[in-house]
Design a protein around this ligand. Structure first.
Ligand SMILES: Nc1ncnc2c1ncn2[C@@H]1O[C@H](COP(=O)(O)OP(=O)(O)OP(=O)(O)O)[C@@H](O)[C@H]1O
Ligand SMILES: [Mg+2]
Length: 361
């Protein structure tokens, strides 16, 4: 019966990241790729006759629109990222956000009547515990899922990279996201060894903002820091020839007035180098724990970086320098997890295998 239904239902995939939410639909591809953010009216702990009538906690923007107002919001509005380090931190906000985007997916015209409820495959961190898993399940059950399957993002990324799942061949996947970095060795549809690092792309934004504050007495927002990172960020070990620079504007710490400075590529490296090097250290540690039988595969195939954070210039090079194994950035690194989900939904054998492994945990 289940098999029959699945021919009619909707197969939906979700990469629920700390920074971005990406939703894909079987046979249709990616439908949603937006920042995982909501802007809502602040809740005030205020009851009684004088309590304002406006709806508390009402959402005013999602995704890109919410990110747009971040750091510019009026006093009564707050902009929240419901996930922290890959894990749901604000259940209510996560629920509103997911149901908003799922509604969008359900509105896509289909040949099948909507009574056939969907099967949803969600990518989650490898380090997630049972309580956190239940939170994810609850959210998707509420939006009408018939079945919710949780699979580690590392496994899905490996599927996206085309790793054969039915043979014992291994790949090392380093997922550099906004909220967390994970280093995992994947083989036969499961994670063999791995660990999480609490140093990811958003931490590097903070490091840049701190650096600018200390060195220039200039206050900049998170979005400016992110822009510096994406435009002139570089952790290459080599001499930075033709160093790029960028004019940045902020508020002078002393006078409180607007001020601008010119920031050099070299300075960004100085600001984030130490934080970023934690990723390479974690890669070395996981290699240390990897069974010798799998080492050959990893050396042959190389280490693969996924996640949008992997776009940082010089990151692959610095990992390669630390461990001496060829390190590559996947094409479209931020879409490897959703790509793997869509692939798994098309391929019955792969789907059954990763589902079985997921159920064994
Ligand atoms: N060109 C770039 N260079 C450096 N960093 C980038 C670039 N483009 C995007 N990023 C960073 O990538 C991060 C988002 O990565 P990604 O979308 O993989 O995270 P996520 O999957 O939502 O989060 P997580 O996997 O940590 O839960 C952001 O912090 C963003 O600043
Ligand atoms: Mg991610």
């Amino acid at each position: 019966m289940d098999g029959l239904l699945s021919n009619f239902g909707w197969d939906i995939g979700v990469d629920l990241g700390s920074t971005n939410i990406v939703i894909g639909l079987k046979n249709r591809g990616i439908i949603v790729d937006e920042p995982n953010m909501v802007a809502r009216l602040k809740k005030r702990r205020w009851t009684g006759m004088s309590a304002p009538k406006q709806e508390m906690g009402a959402v005013i923007a999602y995704g890109y629109k919410a990110k747009e107002i971040y750091n510019r919001e009026p006093r009564q509005v707050e902009v929240i990222s419901p996930l922290r380090r890959g894990i749901i931190a604000d259940l209510e906000a996560a629920e509103t956000l997911v149901s908003y985007y799922m509604k969008m997916v359900y509105e896509i015209p289909s040949r099948y009547p909507k009574i056939y409820r969907s099967r949803i495959l969600v990518g989650v961190p490898a380090v997630i515990n049972d309580v956190q898993k239940r939170a994810v399940r609850t959210i998707f059950a509420k939006v009408g899922a018939r079945e919710v399957i949780l699979v580690e993002q590392a496994i899905l990324a490996a599927v996206g990279l085309g790793l054969p799942m039915d043979r014992s061949t291994a790949v090392m996947v380093v997922d550099v996201g906004g909220g967390k970095t994970e280093v995992n060795v994947v083989s036969l549809g499961g994670v063999v060894v791995g660990r999480g690092v609490e140093s990811a792309s958003e931490d590097w934004d903070v490091a840049i903002a701190n650096y600018v504050k200390m060195k220039y007495g200039l206050l900049i927002g998170k979005r400016t820091a992110e822009k510096i990172k994406t435009e002139i960020g570089n952790v290459s070990l080599k001499n930075l020839k033709d160093s790029r620079n960028m004019v940045i504007r902020g508020r002078d710490l002393e006078s409180g007035l607007p001020k601008s400075i010119k920031m050099e590529e070299e300075e960004v490296r100085e600001a984030i180098g130490l934080e970023v090097s934690r990723v390479a250290k974690a890669v070395a540690q996981v290699l240390d724990e990897t069974p010798p039988e799998l080492m050959e595969d990893i050396v042959k195939r190389g280490i693969v970086l996924v996640g949008n954070g992997a776009k940082l210039k010089g990151l692959a090079e610095s990992i390669e320098g630390e461990v001496g194994i060829t390190t590559l950035v996947a094409d479209e690194p931020g879409l490897q997890v959703i790509g793997g989900i869509l692939e798994a939904m098309q391929n019955k054998e792969v789907f059954q295998l990763i589902k079985k492994v997921a159920e064994m945990r």
